[in-house]
Design a protein around this ligand. Structure first.
Ligand SMILES: [Zn+2]
Length: 95
């Protein structure tokens, strides 16, 4: 049953519908292209990082490097939440 294989190994970005790797833990995570255009509510571009190799979450404004003290972000008008991923890196999910 070929469809079963596809369903287990991919899902779709909720912002742009790009096919992305299946992540059972993150059913509404966005693709890398969409993650790269995340902004605050006023449209200022944000960058997200882990604190260190063990994880954690940091967000900065891309233009001034000020700390952005929130997990909330927006991509194409959709409200999202950025956070540290379970196994490293940052994951952004549409709310
Ligand atoms: Zn996308």
């Amino acid at each position: 049953m070929p469809d079963h294989h596809i369903l287990q190994n991919s899902q779709f970005c909720p912002v742009c519908s790009e096919e992305i790797a299946f992540q059972a833990r993150y059913p509404r995570y966005v693709c890398m292209d969409c993650a790269s255009i995340a902004t605050d509510i006023n449209g200022r571009k944000l960058l997200f990082y882990n604190v260190d190799a063990s994880g954690g979450f940091l967000a900065f404004y891309a233009d001034t490097n000020e700390i952005y003290d929130s997990h909330q972000c927006f991509i194409n008008g959709l409200e999202c939440r950025a956070d540290e991923a379970k196994f490293g890196g940052i994951v952004i999910q549409v709310n």
